[in-house]
Design a protein around this ligand. Sequence first.
Ligand code: LLP
Length: 423
Amino acid sequence: MDHFHYRNGQLMAENVPLEQIAAQVGTPVYVYSTATLKRHFRVFSEAFQGLDALVCFAVKANSNIAVLRVLAKAGAGADVVSLGELKRALKAGIPASKIAFAGVGKTKAEMAAALEAGIMQFNAESEAELETLNDVAASMDMVAPVSVRVNPDVDAKTHAKISTGKSENKFGIAWQKVDAVYARIGELANLKAVGVDLHIGSQLTDLAPFRLAFERVVGLVRDLRAKGHDIRHIDLGGGLGIPYDPDAETPPAPADYGAMIREVLGDMDCNIILEPGRLIAGNAGLLLTEMLYEKQGENRTFYILDAAMNDLSRPAMYDAYHAIVPVAEPSGDETLKADFVGPICESSDVFAKQRNTAPLKAGDLVAIKSAGAYGAVMASTYNSRPLVPEVLVDGDKVAVIRKRQSLDELLSLDEIPSWLSGD
Ligand code: LLP
């Protein structure tokens, strides 16, 4: 459930008409709803009530510091994958003791900064990384808490580009090697194994792959404990899907996901870490855009928007579905089919093909929904289009939480070398 709805014929973000935001900030612009962020975080957390569970928001889904601040205040920890994300999480007020650091390519500098900050754990992805982490920790006279990310070789049955738990994926350490890896950690003086970690993929709409992977991990933890490793944290990753298209997808409710986890892990006497990203932020944001032109093709109608694939890349990258709705509530029932496209010079710059829509005209505002996760964070400046702003709404309050990049800012990053200046 989200807090974007029509009132008096106008699409609102909570109590604020989107039209007003467009007038104040311009388009394209990402708009987030605080009430929706809080609600999703609460509903997800409630699914684990009574368990020793920590919900670490996957910062990669939406790393705006104000969004992180909303979640920090609600009690969230963070799953980070870079020094930039670590700094954002800390700046937002998420305590280091609630931060897990994941990713297959952590640099020494990132390891040192995370050790310095005192994070909860490193989710390690390779033997080589563990050796490096041990060296870095030794040079700082510290002991790094580590969880090994295991690759459970489970098919998440989601889009291939967001599937991570199969043996052919680059993530985690192969199932067969895990024993030896924990034995090696035991030999390294500056590492301490505190947990086990996995993440099998994103936008899962079925509990079965989760259950299979979690059962494998439970077996593994029992083995490791029997060998003397004090495994306290089990990090189950993120991945629970959301209804982008309510007519086509009915992902499991967080309560069902929680009940399944309770069933599989209930008697493990451990701290359970969860890393939802999309579920918290996805439907808490939309991309507000203006229609620039209508164009009649040979046998189709194109609605050309001022937003493009550089602003929201999911449709181009994953053929992802995003609902598209007019900001002015349609008065009649008339519909037609149109292709919603952006201005970029690529045929993949399409938000929706042959989508049923109310007739629109140039100048109309349109909302591309479910854009709060993997939206602004994946934006680029392709075609020299500056990064678009982000706005946070809370009731009737509105704040620009990231200003629009100016063309000057964008162009000032380039430099002409001395040998090319002059005539
Ligand atoms: N934990 C780890 C280790 C992850 O790699 C991810 C996502 C998450 C948690 C959060 O997953 P979520 O709950 O959001 O599904 N750009 C793609 C999604 C990539 C997900 C990458 N990892 C998209 O737009 O669909």
